[in-house]
Ligand binder design. Structure first.
Ligand code: AHR
Length: 327
């Protein structure tokens, strides 16, 4: 991890343990609840938030929820009782936020959502900055469909359909729900729909370890039938690559590997010939987040929802693009 020394302050355990990074009284105080550190992407997002807080000259109270919604709710309540100026958080799952957001509203503390979406009364938060996970899912299927068509890929088992397996993200997380929705939508509306079969789909919780374990179990059941893997993040794809190699198969050749996030680890896998493509999910949202917070506190109008820019990268351009990657 690349936190600057003055910013090292990850909260421990269920308690909020929020830490101030600046003492000046006139600074804006932002309480921020992060999900945890489940992936390379999340670490990049946390690093970016911390660095952007310094650039913005705000006092950041940062809390790590260690993958538990209840810890995020505790952190938000603690920010309310500390009377911070504004609250930001990444909703680990889409639902279950109404009560705590009502408490923030009653305390007249604006809330800005980062990264993931949530399902709640929109009047309970002021703005949302994040990524379009439905579009990411669509892009994943479209990349697969184009690649399969271009390479005239045929099923490994000699059957008449290419079998796809899916490693889903955290159950109930918008990043997982959206990517599944977009992928299924692109699949169901594709003129090539009949070429494919979704063989299995299971959560790998956005972690490398779980991605590896679930891929191992897919391979136990369907070793010679799987043609394509869509992992809803790169960490799960990288875990799956280990499982595929352990099963004596060649990732990116025997099984097409598509991830999401575009982290450096996945670029390296593409350069090494072990992965085919990654759909970008941009974690660099910190500057926009703090800029939005400042505008809100200055009484300016801000858009209700903003998506950051994202691309698609594959093995054909990975080596060229790699030196320019920031995370
Ligand atoms: O919400 C963004 C997702 O969460 C990223 O794809 C994943 O890597 C992270 O854990």
């Amino acid at each position: 991890m690349k936190f600057s020394k003055s910013l090292i302050a990850l909260a421990v355990g269920a308690a909020i343990a929020a830490t101030s990074y600046a003492q000046a009284e006139d600074k804006i105080v932002v309480g921020f609840s992060q999900i945890g550190a489940e992936s390379e992407w999340r670490t990049a997002n946390t690093n970016d938030v911390m660095a952007a807080a310094e650039r913005a000259g705000v006092e950041l109270k940062f809390s790590d929820a260690q993958q538990k919604q209840e810890n995020q709710i505790k952190a938000i309540r603690s920010f309310i009782s500390q009377k911070v100026d504004i609250i930001g958080f990444v909703p680990i799952v889409e639902t279950g936020w109404d009560n705590v957001l009502r408490e923030a509203k009653r305390a007249k503390i604006p809330v800005v959502i980062m990264d993931r979406d949530l399902k709640t009364d929109p009047s309970l938060y002021t703005a949302k900055i994040g990524t379009d996970s439905v579009e990411e899912g669509r892009r994943a299927f479209r990349w697969i469909d184009e690649y399969v068509t271009k390479t005239e890929r045929t099923p490994r088992n000699g059957g008449d359909k290419l079998n796809i397996v899916i490693l889903e993200g955290t159950v109930g997380a918008s990043a997982a729900v959206g990517r599944s929705k977009g992928f299924n939508e692109a699949f169901n509306t594709s003129p090539n729909k009949d070429k494919y079969n979704i063989l299995a789909s299971q959560t790998g919780d956005f972690t490398r370890q779980k991605g590896q374990e679930v891929m191992e179990s897919f391979l136990k059941s369907y070793r010679d039938d799987i043609d394509i893997l869509f992992a809803q993040n790169d960490d799960m794809a990288l875990g799956a690559i280990q499982a595929i190699e352990a099963a004596g198969l060649k990732p990116a050749q025997d099984i097409i590997i598509v991830g999401a996030d575009a982290v450096k680890g996945m670029f390296q896998a593409m350069i090494d010939g072990k992965a085919n493509a990654t759909i970008e999910c941009n974690p660099l949202q910190g500057d926009l987040f703090f800029e939005t917070c400042k505008k809100i506190l200055a009484g300016e109008e801000v858009p209700k929802s903003v998506y950051v820019e994202e691309g698609v990268f594959d093995a054909s351009n990975a080596a060229e693009v790699f030196p320019t990657r920031k995370y």
